[in-house]
Design a protein around this ligand. Structure first.
Ligand code: M6R
Length: 610
């Protein structure tokens, strides 16, 4: 989730405008930054790794000449956060310059093809194939203009992109295009802009044109032309006048980052489904060979690990041990050895407890694998192999989109290992792969249909002094996560157990009106026993709140309140959709109590002390 920006002015230099606008986009990514301008028919580029202010201090991003330019602030997905991977990227001649947000899925094939045509690559990014493809297209069709070459290039890309292109061959325009990644155009008095979101240009203009998937835009200082990529047809779209304040704009109109990030999940899951095949393959090979596998993490990442242990057991017949990182050294520090494999999961990649467990394991010659949202973090540096979860920066302290994307990568990994080991029938694999692909839509539907219902639920239970969360099997992890969200954001004490454990003690807490949330997927073996657990609670006067599949009349009839998710979710993937109502519940409970869910007391986004 990077930020792109482009600007073409009638008078004056573009670079200070681009620099200031990238600062406003910095929340989208901040591991490296770069700007390109065209002046007197020459391309100039400044870029480096580091935060925008650090890079500016070193190389002054404001003194570049030229009225046309593009810029980028990066959140690394392909390639570490190094200068050579920072955008903009150029073709072999240095005349075609591109910034990109998104993921080009077929970049390895394209790169090989281009390398065979003698194109030289300097970065590890997927983006770099774009300027080379444009160059190659122009080489093959010398009568084409840059716009036509961009169109032909785009037709060869699969994946997601918002991109902006400038070229010294045609210096008075910016060409940009969108597929799945956001792109918006700003129309000022004496300039036009393109950006990942309108926060970037809001101080200059409040006239914006939203660009749809499959559209290509050509900007000149006083004109914006939109065309459909497929057939070249011109699109007429009047600008919208934006009334957001800059603060509202950063949150895209949402009152808090947490709810914005909950809403981002369908898009993020789509990104995550593009998890790099190559890394899935490598990681699954290590897991396949391992004698013992520990999943090590804290907080929400630990819950992802707990769910993953069920996935690996059910799909790949691989036993794994999820361990709280803060306990790892005490519990396994002496026994971990050269035959142990540690998969450390950490959104930030900087959590001290997780890194502590990794260091201890490394000293004992164990193999370290990593799953993180932060390429370039300590975890990526100490891992033998790591995979990025592609969630983009998460600003709310509560992990939401990063949890579902971790689960998505772990499910893909379990499926990959399962294929390798030939443990599950092809039909079942195809079915699961299909359902996994459908999850972004499923999650979208839950948010659309259930947000209002969850809001009402939060209002009804806003004064509850305590909550119970119960699930069975893989949804024990979902129950734990629902509890953690409610506690950390809404400060409601909550208890979570595997539902079968409640009668071994916790049920004694139940008295009339005690809210108990049950997570009830329909698929799998747990449904029948859950019905029994609900009855036990109901008999003692608990208020039953169930998360059920549409049409689950049996549990619906036993529930005081219920939230429905779409039918047909395989149990092994169910934590992803079933956690959404619980995230919303925590959020709206906090709002009901007048709390700011983005900044819960006593917590930090990244816990770098033990
Ligand atoms: O960055 P990490 O995934 O390593 O962070 C782990 C926990 O600190 C984190 O999940 C924490 O529990 C969040 N507050 C959960 O919302």
């Amino acid at each position: 989730m990077c930020g792109i920006f482009g600007c073409i002015t009638m008078n004056g230099n573009a670079s200070p405008i681009i620099h200031a606008s990238l600062k406003r986009l910095e929340y989208r990514g901040y591991d490296s930054v770069g700007i390109a301008t065209i002046n007197n028919g020459e391309v100039a580029i400044k870029k480096d790794q580091g935060k925008i202010d650090e890079v500016h201090e070193l190389i002054n991003l404001d003194d570049m000449q030229g009225n046309v330019g593009i810029g980028h602030t990066r959140w690394a997905t392909h390639g570490a956060p190094l200068k050579e991977n920072a955008h903009p990227h150029v073709d072999c001649t240095g005349q075609i310059v591109v910034v990109h947000n998104g993921i080009i899925e077929n970049y390895t094939e394209l790169k090989t093809e281009l390398e065979n045509q003698n194109h030289k690559f300097v970065s590890k990014t997927d983006t770099e194939v774009i300027p080379h493809l444009i160059e190659e297209t122009l080489k093959k069709n010398p009568t084409s203009n840059v716009t036509e070459a961009v169109v032909e290039t785009i037709k060869r890309l699969s994946g997601s992109y918002a991109l902006a292109v400038i070229s010294s061959k045609e210096p008075n325009k910016i060409i940009c295009a969108r597929s799945e990644s956001p792109l918006v155009i700003g129309i000022g008095e004496d300039a036009t802009y393109c950006a990942s979101d309108l926060t970037a240009f809001l101080p200059m203009t409040n006239k914006a044109v939203m660009i749809n998937d499959g559209e290509l835009v050509t900007l000149t200082p006083n004109n914006v032309e939109i065309r459909r990529i497929q057939d070249g047809a011109e699109v007429t779209r009047a600008p919208t006048t934006i009334s957001w304040t800059p603060e509202m704009a950063v949150k895209q109109g949402y009152p808090h980052f947490m709810i914005k990030e909950i809403h981002e999940q369908p898009g993020i899951l789509r990104n995550t489904l593009r998890a790099q095949e190559h890394y899935l393959d490598l990681l699954s090979t290590f897991l396949d060979r391992a004698t013992e596998v520990f999943f090590v993490a804290c907080g929400t990442s630990y819950h992802a690990c707990l769910a993953a242990s069920y996935m690996f057991s059910k799909l790949a017949f691989l036993p794994t041990y999820p361990v709280y990182a803060s306990e790892f050294v005490e519990q396994h520090g002496k026994s971990v050895n050269i035959d142990s494999t540690i998969l450390a999961v950490s959104q930030s990649g900087e959590t001290a407890d997780t890194l502590g467990a990794v260091t201890c394991s490394q000293q004992r010659a164990a193999t370290i694998l990593g799953l993180t949202n932060t390429v370039g973090s300590t975890l990526t540096r100490v891992s033998r192999v790591y995979i990025g979860q592609q969630s983009g920066p998460e600003i709310g302290v509560a992990a939401t989109k990063t949890f579902t994307s971790q689960l998505s990568v772990l499910a893909q990994l379990a499926l990959k290992l399962s294929t390798k080991r030939g443990k599950v029938s092809q039909d079942e694999m195809d079915y699961l792969a299909d359902r996994l692909e459908a999850l972004p839509e499923t999650v979208q539907e839950i948010i659309l249909k259930q947000e209002e219902n969850v809001k009402k639920l939060a209002h009804k239970y806003k004064d509850a002094k305590i909550f119970f969360f119960l699930g069975r099997g893989i949804n024990t992890a979902t129950a734990y996560e629902g509890r953690l969200k409610l506690m950390e954001i809404a400060y409601v004490p909550a208890i979570a157990f595997p539902a079968g454990e409640s009668k071994h003690g916790p049920i004694s807490l139940i008295e009339p009106g005690f809210p108990v949330v049950f997570i009830c997927p329909r698929d799998g073996q747990t449904h029948k026993t859950l019905v029994g657990n609900i009855q036990e609670m109901k008999a003692r006067g608990a208020s039953i709140i169930s998360i059920i599949e549409e049409g689950d009349e049996e549990i619906k009839s036993m529930s005081d309140d219920y939230i429905e998710v779409p039918k047909g979710i395989p149990e092994v993937l169910s934590p992803i959709p079933f956690v959404i109502p619980l995230q919303l519940l925590a959020y709206y409970m906090a709002v009901e109590k007048g709390l700011n869910p983005d900044t819960p007391r006593n917590l930090a986004k990244s816990v770098t002390v033990k």
